[in-house]
Design a protein around this ligand. Structure first.
Ligand code: ADP
Ligand code: MG
Length: 233
């Protein structure tokens, strides 16, 4: 196997032949993946096919049983836990389906949180948070708590929080899964627009074709195996 097949030229994040089992359940069965800087890639496939496991492996949250993952040419398996968590904090952003905002904090405090955890002072962190909230059109919600905003608004706050550290990769796992289609489309429009404006790559897990349509490229995961999908236009 050549270095090139391990990590395609110019790729920012690449995985080759990932395998992962949970007891008797095979979650990944030889999945490969790559993404370029600024690219939006949709990971499609039915429920239980291994999409979230693939995302968690790519993000260094779950170690695969075998296979390689490289970020910027560096093999994740060679890093220790604190190096991997530093990588997640500084280079990656995350948006999940729901339940990710801290209920006790206001929306602006939620968005500022990743910067605060990286040691940024409160004023500066909240100023940066507000800039992102304006881009996601939720700046008017700054003093509200997550329980006081709608699902679509909450996801836009979550996207602002994921992007506030200026990550190189945004991982989004079913980010619109709990929203109606109108709100889902608005979240996707704003998410992809914001990511493109900073050249962040987006790994977008979804089982909805309508959501995947916002991507540059789609891969499909089935029974833990991945393959490129031709876009039908
Ligand atoms: N932490 C876990 N423990 C046990 N089984 C798991 C775990 N995570 C995922 N699985 C199993 O692995 C398979 C793939 O799951 P997942 O990656 O969550 O799929 P998807 O996101 O496509 O719905 C499923 O059969 C699921 O039940
Ligand atoms: Mg999933």
């Amino acid at each position: 196997m050549t270095a090139e097949t391990m990590a395609p030229a110019g790729s920012l994040l690449a995985a080759h032949d990932l395998r992962k089992a949970y007891g008797p359940t095979t979650a990944l069965d030889g999945a490969s993946f790559s993404i370029h800087p600024g690219e939006v890639v949709a990971v499609m496939g039915p429920s239980g096919s291994g999409k979230s496991t693939l995302l968690h492996c790519l993000a260094g949250i779950v170690p695969p049983d075998s296979g390689s993952i490289t970020y910027n040419g560096r093999e994740l398996a060679t890093m220790n836990d604190s190096q991997r968590s530093a990588l997640r904090r500084s280079e990656f952003g995350f948006v999940f389906q729901f339940g990710q905002l801290v209920p006790e904090l206001t929306c602006v405090e939620n968005v500022a949180l990743p910067l605060r955890l990286n040691g940024t002072g409160r004023k500066e962190a909240e100023r940066a948070a507000l800039t992102w909230m304006e881009r996601l059109e939720v700046d008017d919600l700054k003093g509200k708590r997550p329980g006081e905003v709608s699902g679509g608004q909450g996801q836009r706050v979550a996207v602002a929080r994921a992007l506030v550290t200026n990550p190189r990769v945004l991982f989004a796992d079913e980010p619109t899964g709990a929203l109606d289609s109108l709100n889902g489309e608005r979240v996707m429009e704003l998410l992809t627009e914001a990511a493109r404006s900073t050249n962040a790559a987006v790994v977008l897990v979804t089982h909805e074709a309508r959501v995947a349509a916002y991507s540059d490229r789609e891969i499909v995961v089935r029974d833990g195996k991945s393959r490129d999908m031709e876009r039908i236009v």
